[in-house]
Design a protein around this ligand. Structure first.
Ligand code: NZQ
Ligand code: ZN
Length: 388
């Protein structure tokens, strides 16, 4: 096991009716910016619950944070905070609203061109330099409610880039599993697949001696496989909903990544597909993931076989045979979860995709990715072309 520091200061408040606790969690005597998306919180009653929990708070609202939040939109909120002496941000929404809020929090006091936060991947470590924020999660998928990372798109250049740092953990996150009842089926499917792939990015690397992390990762995968198909059909089932929400958080709150190698190339390539074609984040992962496992087969086959045996109970005459079956099982699961695993099934005019992705990675100096730094640009091209 490699050395690690584990730091996660998020006050994670889980369960039915917990939105009422907001009054204890939000600081008194500061103006609050309430950030949200396109209005789902009005339809499902979450907005009313938030307002009821904070009857006397001075709240200014900022709506319209879009899925795959845009730098250009978020900068309008940054301006409001700078002008209006706001001391706390309350994000109410899914990963996009929470990620957007992390960017807003970081950008308010940033000296210089705020796009550099994304382009130069500035790390925010000092909590005194960011605006504190809390979240009310409405869509389990990204883990953003309990991590310090975010993904923001620059509309002008069609780029989707990341930011983060230890100063960008939420102060608290309220996670009430009943809020998923209003999610469209497509978003429920996305949530399961995003969480599943987060575990795979941190688990499906090479065999190592961090036994507990492997077992935790495998148990999250097994839980998602067990409840995924059901929760999409029955989001009102509290047993399914609560296990889904907790699994999604556990998949990317930093725990399973400690002491082990991680990959993340499926996400890096997938982000380009969203930037180019606006394909839902999870759906890009379903397109790229299995082909990455195929192209990097020699590098990953031992871990693929372990995954096949322990998560899918597969047997076979050789490591290779079990590893191959494990990839096919994964594709089957993605299909069960409503994913279309070919790029051409998700977007049109895709012929130049591999050229564009490779060129962008080259310009950014992303020449070697993955747990062994052996996903070179040639491999990226092969993975993307295999995904057409
Ligand atoms: O905008 P509103 O009206 O709220 O509607 C949203 C949106 O249209 C809707 N929604 C959310 N909660 C709902 C609901 N509709 C009904 N009932 C509810 N309870 O769902 C739509 C999608 O929301 P969004 O926040 O975009 O989805 P998700 O949570 O999947 O977030 C995706 C974003 O997170 C990034 C992705 O790249 C993408 O930009 N990621 C962030 C990560 C992180 N911070 O660690 C890691 C991930 O890998 C991912 O990259
Ligand atoms: Zn993801």
């Amino acid at each position: 096991m490699t050395n690690f520091d584990l730091y996660n200061p998020v006050n994670y408040v889980f369960g039915k009716g917990q939105i009422a606790k907001l009054s204890e969690l939000v600081p008194n005597n500061v103006k609050i910016l309430l950030t949200y998306g396109g209005g789902s919180i009005f339809k499902n009653g979450v907005y009313d619950q938030v307002k009821a929990a904070l009857p006397t708070a001075e709240i200014i609202e900022f709506s319209g944070i879009e899925p795959n939040p845009r730098f250009e939109t978020l900068m309008k909120a940054v301006q409001i905070i700078r002008e209006q002496n706001i001391g706390f941000i309350l994000a109410v929404g899914g990963g996009s609203v929470i990620d957007g809020t992390k960017f807003i929090s970081a950008a308010v006091n940033y000296k210089g061109d705020e796009a550099d936060i994304l382009r130069k991947r500035i790390l925010f470590k000092d909590v005194n330099e960011v605006v504190p924020f809390g979240t009310v999660l409405t869509l389990p998928a990204t883990g953003s409610e309990m991590n310090s990372g975010a993904v923001v798109s620059i509309e002008a250049t069609q780029e989707k880039l990341t930011l983060g740092g230890a100063a960008l953990f939420p102060k608290f996150s309220i996670v009430d599993p009943t809020v998923i009842q209003s999610l469209p089926k497509r978003q429920l499917q996305n949530g399961v697949v995003d969480a599943f792939t987060h575990v795979m990015e941190q688990y499906l690397t090479y065999t190592h001696d961090a036994l507990l992390q492997d077992r935790i990762a495998e148990s999250i995968l097994q839980t998602l496989i067990e409840i995924g198909p059901g929760v999409v059909e029955n989001p009102t089932d509290y047993k399914l909903a609560s296990n889904f929400v907790w699994s999604a958080t556990m998949a990317l709150n930093g725990l399973i990544q400690k002491g082990v190698p991680s990959d993340w190339a499926t996400h890096m390539i997938g982000h380009e597909l969203t930037a180019l074609y606006e394909i839902d984040h999870a759906r890009t992962l379903a397109i790229i993931g299995p082909n990455l496992y195929r192209v990097m087969f020699d590098s990953k086959k031992e871990k693929l076989a372990q995954y096949g045996q322990r998560v899918w109970n597969l047997t076979g005459a050789s490591t290779e045979e079990i590893a191959e079956k494990a990839i096919e099982k994964t594709v089957e699961f993605l299909h069960t979860m409503g994913m279309k695993t070919k790029l051409s099934e998700n977007a049109e005019a895709i012929e130049k995709t591999a050229d564009i992705v490779v060129q962008r990675f080259e310009e950014r100096g992303w020449l070697a990715m993955g747990e062994r730094q052996n996903i070179t640009l040639d491999k990226v091209r092969e993975i993307v072309e295999m995904s057409y």
